[in-house]
Design a binder for this molecule. Structure first.
Ligand SMILES: [Zn+2]
Length: 718
């Protein structure tokens, strides 16, 4: 996942309400509102290398004054542009906007990164208070008629301005951003739009804050070690440690991951506990109580539908998809419908194998959702004669990071990494690396924040503290976040296959940010369409199991012995295993997302009807296969409350490009500097400065082919 909050300006102009979001607006922030900006660490760019944030100086009380001062400053800059007597030029209008809002950008970038990675009560209160204010601030810019008139004038004569390709694209991008943000609406409709945006910002904040609290509240507490039979020693130690953190010494806490499925389900022998864990997961935020999200989900869907109608679109999906590479609702629906029947058929075949295993063991029960992972592991170990637990000793944190993720980047791009301990961090678990290019020039700073915490949202994501831009001469400061359970002091961190895969995935986003070589901040790094942004990160996953890479990092944490070739072969061979399940649960979520965003306002249910709406949507799409629940259910589907609304299909959409690119690497000899440099040159360094599908063509030499994806997911005609 890519967290898209970095660029305050992009955010300022996007209609899609930001994926931060808010609580009841009343609570005053715990700050002295008129604190002196002179001593505020956001007042000036950080003097640390690459403008790395001065985390040691940044305190909660600095945020609200910096936001207020930042909005005032930004508004003054924008007014000066809009009210200028001079005729509009590219420099005095478009470039001036690119340069505006820096104080606000510095403060919001750090704030929203911390609200995801290391939040606290103060941050949550500030977030609740600021969400509607920031939304209003964005609208005040995007809906300023004098400003838009200047943008429109430049857009109309863009071919005669003597601009280079990136400059011309910037004019077009600004024009599109303004129009999509409502610049062409009547003043009465603009007022309605502002109200909707503010309400959405508040609802979304409330959703994300509920999620964090509900995840913690729903964690499964286990009284005795006996019940945990089947779990690895490391996982048991992590569960004991998690209990200790909550002052439940002697007990065990199985923390919940964001997804419906939970890793422990693959290991727990105790069927009753599996059922308890699974149910705790899938009923999250929909069983009543303080953190129930059903009313928010229903309201957000309704307001988005109303807003889309106001903007002249059939529904929210139509509005969103127009600006993606998919372009239309039909294109997305067709793709999902093309994949769903074969995926569900595969899942049903897999279910039959699992049932056979249950029967062979004389289980005497029908396969239920909480049995899937557990019996899949058994079938996997029978078919491929290995299971997850054999891999984990070879997936030690430091080995994976330095000898895997970094090593692959060295082989492909010539990068080298040096850890530094002198820069401040917001949590002691965070590690900081200088990143050097092949010519030993420093390229970026990279933060590694891989451990789970109760004050960190679930899932995995990349974000940027500083984005590359030629205009400002800035270099990237990029972070990766995972949620690996932290072992007790002194114990090794042994990762699962999925966690290692996620580490490679997120680093693919990091490369996209670090290699950025564009002039304008609007186009920096990952500022590409949502259904394109996952593509480079997915490609980077291929190196996880690439034999030369795997042999280099997958070394036994005790003996240092490399992973046996035989085991590598088995892992590679097993990659198509359980794909029916994986594809079905993914498509379930993707179709659910589309269902919520392809309705008219009057079709949105009440809070009490949310689960029925969900069930009906899955049934209609033909993905209502009970043993395989959607990867996320509506009440804990954070993606679609935030920036992936009507956009969760993006993962499989971009996987077409990914699978086709993996073929390219294979056709051209795989792991090599030559191949890496070609990918970097044609695609990773270009950010959003060129049309996304053109970038793909520049890299691949032709349009994408869907066959490699169908092959990978086992969806080809039988
Ligand atoms: Zn991603």
């Amino acid at each position: 996942m890519k967290n898209r909050l970095a660029l305050a300006l992009a955010l300022a102009l996007g209609l899609a309400a930001p994926s931060f979001a808010a609580d009841k607006p009343a609570q005053p922030a715990p700050t002295a509102a008129k604190a002196d900006m002179a001593t505020n660490p956001f007042a000036k760019p950080s003097t640390l290398p690459f403008q790395y944030p001065a985390f040691d100086k940044i305190k909660n009380e600095h945020f609200a004054p910096a936001f207020e001062a930042g909005m005032t400053e930004h508004r003054a800059e924008i007014d000066a542009i809009a009210d200028a007597k001079d005729a509009p030029t590219f420099d005095n209008t478009i470039v001036a906007m690119e340069k505006s809002g820096q104080l606000l950008n510095r403060a919001t970038t750090v704030f929203f990164n911390l609200s995801g990675a290391n939040t606290n009560d103060d941050i949550e209160k500030i977030q609740s208070e600021m969400a509607p204010k920031l939304s209003a601030h964005q609208d005040a810019i995007a809906l300023n008629p004098k400003l838009f008139a200047r943008v429109q004038a430049l857009y109309d004569k863009r071919d005669t301005l003597g601009l280079d390709a990136e400059g011309k694209r910037l004019v077009e991008r600004y024009y599109t951003d303004f129009v999509r943000a409502g610049a062409k609406l009547s003043e009465a409709d603009k007022a309605k739009l502002k109200g909707m945006n503010a309400e959405l910002a508040t609802l979304q904040t409330q959703f994300s804050q509920n999620m964090l609290k509900e995840n913690n509240a729903s964690a499964v507490i286990v009284d005795s070690k006996d019940e945990l039979k089947g779990m690895s020693d490391e996982a048991i130690a992590a569960a004991a440690e998690a209990a200790k953190q909550r002052k439940l010494d002697g007990k065990y806490v199985i923390a919940l991951q964001n997804t419906s499925g939970q890793p422990a389900l693959a290991q727990l022998q105790n069927r009753a506990l599996r059922e308890r864990l699974q149910k705790a997961s899938v009923t999250r935020a929909s069983h009543g109580g303080e953190f129930d999200n059903r009313a928010i989900v229903a309201k957000v869907a309704k307001i988005r539908a109303e807003r889309a109608a106001l903007m002249g679109y059939e529904n929210h999906a139509a509005y969103t998809l127009e600006d993606e590479t998919a372009k239309t609702v039909k294109a997305v629906n067709d793709r999902l419908a093309q994949l769903a029947p074969a995926a569900v058929a595969n899942a049903k075949k897999e279910a039959a194998d699992l049932q056979a295993m249950i029967d062979k063991e004389k289980g005497g029960f029908q396969l239920a959702p909480w049995d899937w992972s557990y019996y899949a592991e058994k079938v996997r170990s029978e078919k491929y004669s290995f299971d997850e637990s054999q891999l984990r000793p070879y997936f030690e944190y430091d080995n994976v990071l330095k000898n895997g993720v970094f090593f692959a980047a060295n082989k492909l791009y010539g990068l080298s990494f040096k850890e530094r301990k002198d820069l401040p961090v917001y949590n002691p678990d965070v590690r900081v690396f200088d990143v050097f290019d092949a010519d030993n020039k420093q390229l970026a700073i990279f933060l590694v924040d891989w451990y789970a915490r109760d004050n960190k949202r679930g899932g995995a994501w990349m974000n940027e503290y500083v984005s590359q831009s030629g205009l400002f001469g800035t270099h990237p400061v990029v972070a990766n976040h995972l949620n690996i359970p932290k072992p007790p002091q002194g114990e090794p961190t042994l990762m699962t296959f999925d966690e290692v895969n996620t580490a490679f995935h997120e680093f693919g986003h990091a490369l996209h940010g670090m290699f950025s070589n564009v002039k304008y901040p609007r186009f920096s790094g990952t500022s590409v369409p949502r259904d394109f942004v996952e593509y480079p990160s997915q490609v980077n996953e291929m190196w996880m199991t690439w034999p030369e890479i795997m042999k280099n990092y997958a070394k036994h944490y005790k003996t240092g012995a490399p992973i046996p070739q035989e085991l590598v072969d088995k892992v590679v061979a097993a990659q198509k295993f359980n794909q029916g399940f994986a594809t079905t649960e993914y498509l379930g979520a993707a179709l659910l997302d589309q269902s919520w965003h392809q309705i008219k306002a009057n079709q949105a249910p009440e809070a009490a009807g949310v689960l029925d709406f969900e069930a009906a949507a899955l049934k209609k799409a033909g993905v209502d296969f009970a043993p395989v629940p959607p990867r996320y259910r509506s009440s804990y589907f954070s993606h679609i409350m935030g920036g992936y609304a009507a956009g969760y299909y993006a993962y499989i959409w971009s996987e077409v490009l990914d699978a086709d690119s993996v073929e390219w690497f294979k056709e051209n000899g795989g792991l090599s500097r030559k191949n890496g440099d070609h990918f970097r040159q044609t695609l990773l360094s270009r950010g959003g400065s060129v049309d996304a599908m053109q970038l793909f063509k520049d890299f691949r030499g032709r349009d994408p082919d869907v066959k490699p994806l169908l092959e990978r997911r086992g969806l080809t005609a039988k």
